[in-house]
Design a protein around this ligand. Structure first.
Ligand code: DP6
Length: 333
């Protein structure tokens, strides 16, 4: 191919993940070195597909970002451009990139989209830049874009060992997609973008006097959660997942300034879901940095849980997802 029109292309797809042991706070905000280890599962039903092209002819003066066919020129653009700079530096490339990203879930639905976005972008960029990459490298690279994105690289049930350097902070799978047929039923309560995003939230974690207590107890919750998943012990799983979510929200609420993500319907569901469990249905709640409630259950009970959530006033819709695989290359359509 003529050198002046050579295009270096990569395309990849990734799922978001829901954390059972949450990541909240960094020891290094720039490198996104988490203050604690975390555990999550990927969500198969939700997907982001991204392509990256480094363009050598003169048709592109600077990077361009399109999300669901809309050109983005502000905050997300700067974050993406900076992220691609990391690969440009490693590969010795000085070319603008055209990035196109598509999600199959509503961007404004309040579901963390940055994990899937930066997981897919890391693989597409590494491929386009001609970098040699391993799963560990990709997880570390994705982490630089969004901490939780490092957990969307491996498949199924994933642990992120926080480490304390760029080299030691990455995620690996500890149980595959088929290990346990968990289903996440996400009760969508608010579709607006949250007033304070997670990046700003992480930076406030240390202002809460509860953060150190949360961090001190994390190894116990981490081991209990991992063992409950390996044993498929729903009771033990439910107890630690709900506790971990509430501890993180206690830190958020007691930060300075205070972050309060719950809506009245979120609180109502935090009563409804444990009551449902007491009636014999394996289900538990967890909430990220927003009001939407993730009800985790098993395949056999997913329909019942979905119907129960739908019947609650204030729940706009319910999105259901099984356990998902890792980030993978795809052919650009
Ligand atoms: C509450 O990974 O979204 O969802 O690194 O700034 O992009 P950035 O933060 P992000 O934080 C996730 C926070 C959480 C808990 C979790 O997913 O572990």
């Amino acid at each position: 191919m003529d050198k002046t029109t050579r295009k270096m292309l990569g395309a990849a797809a990734a799922h978001p993940n829901i954390a059972f042991i949450k990541y909240w706070g960094n020891i290094d905000d720039d490198l996104r070195l988490a203050a604690n280890d975390s555990i999550s599962m990927n969500l198969a039903a939700l997907e982001t597909a991204t392509s990256v092209e480094f363009i050598e002819d003169d048709s592109l003066a600077s990077d361009q970002l399109f999300i669901n066919d809309t050109r983005i020129v502000q905050d997300a653009f700067d974050r993406v451009s900076k992220f691609i700079d990391i690969a440009r530096n490693m590969a010795g490339i000085d070319l603008p990139a055209k990035v196109e990203s598509f999600t199959n879930f509503p961007m404004g639905a309040g579901i963390a989209s940055s994990a899937a976005a930066f997981a897919a972008l890391s693989l597409a960029t590494a491929e386009a830049a001609g970098l040699e990459y391993s799963p560990e490298f990709l997880s570390r690279y994705a982490r630089r874009g969004s901490g939780s994105a490092c957990r969307s690289i491996p498949s199924g049930f994933v642990e992120w060992k926080a480490g304390n350097t760029d080299e030691t902070s990455y995620a690996t799978s500890f149980a595959d997609v088929t290990h346990w047929n968990l289903v996440d039923c996400i009760a969508i309560i608010d579709e607006d973008h949250k007033p304070v995003g997670s990046t700003a939230g992480h930076a406030l974690a240390q202002t809460s006097v509860l953060q150190q207590a949360r961090l001190d107890d994390t190894p116990r919750r981490f081991e209990a959660c991992k063992q409950a998943i390996l044993d498929k012990d729903f009771e033990r799983f439910a107890e630690v997942v709900e506790q971990d979510s509430t501890i993180m929200h206690a830190v958020m609420m007691t930060s300075n300034p205070s972050l309060f993500y719950w809506a009245p319907t979120s609180v109502h569901l935090m009563k409804v879901i444990p009551n449902l469990r007491r009636s014999g249905i394996p289900v538990c709640f967890t909430l990220d940095a927003g009001p939407n409630v993730h009800a985790i259950t098993t395949q056999d009970y997913a329909k019942t849980v979905e119907e129960t959530l739908h019947s609650v006033d204030g729940v706009k819709t319910v999105i259901k997802s099984k356990v998902g695989g890792g980030t993978h290359l795809r052919i650009k359509k």
